[in-house]
Design a protein around this ligand. Structure first.
Ligand SMILES: [Zn+2]
Length: 119
């Protein structure tokens, strides 16, 4: 196995350095390979920077609350209008269907009445 191949295999395992979970063969290779030591150093730096981010708290801007509350109110109002429109469409459709059925029933009744009592 060439040194290049060992370095490529080691590079694939280096993310494990963050968890402190490196196989013994990788640790041994790191002791003697400057290239892999540099790569491992970059991983350790990334780990340190990520650990710093853990304790950073992002403060929201002071003027953020009012726009968020206004947007929530608009969303609630829009949702209410949609519900009212849906109920209106449902009731309207029911009335049209009822009117159609009543119209058909009246026509049928008229035909039956005409057939029974011929002029
Ligand atoms: Zn190496």
């Amino acid at each position: 196995m060439t040194n290049e191949t060992v370095c490529l295999q080691t590079a694939q395992m280096l993310p494990g350095i963050v968890d402190g979970d490196l196989p013994a063969a990788v640790v041994k290779h790191l002791e003697s390979c400057l290239r892999c030591q540099a790569e491992a150093s970059r991983y350790r730096k990334i780990q340190r920077e990520l650990e710093k981010l853990r304790f950073q708290v992002a403060e929201p801007p002071v003027d953020l609350v009012a726009p968020v509350l206004a947007a929530l109110d608009q969303a609630v109002a829009r949702r209410s209008r949609i519900r009212i429109a849906a109920v209106g469409i449902g009731v309207g459709s029911a009335l049209v269907a009822l009117g159609t059925v009543a119209g058909i029933a009246l026509k049928l009744r008229h035909r039956v009445t005409s057939a029974i009592a011929p002029a």
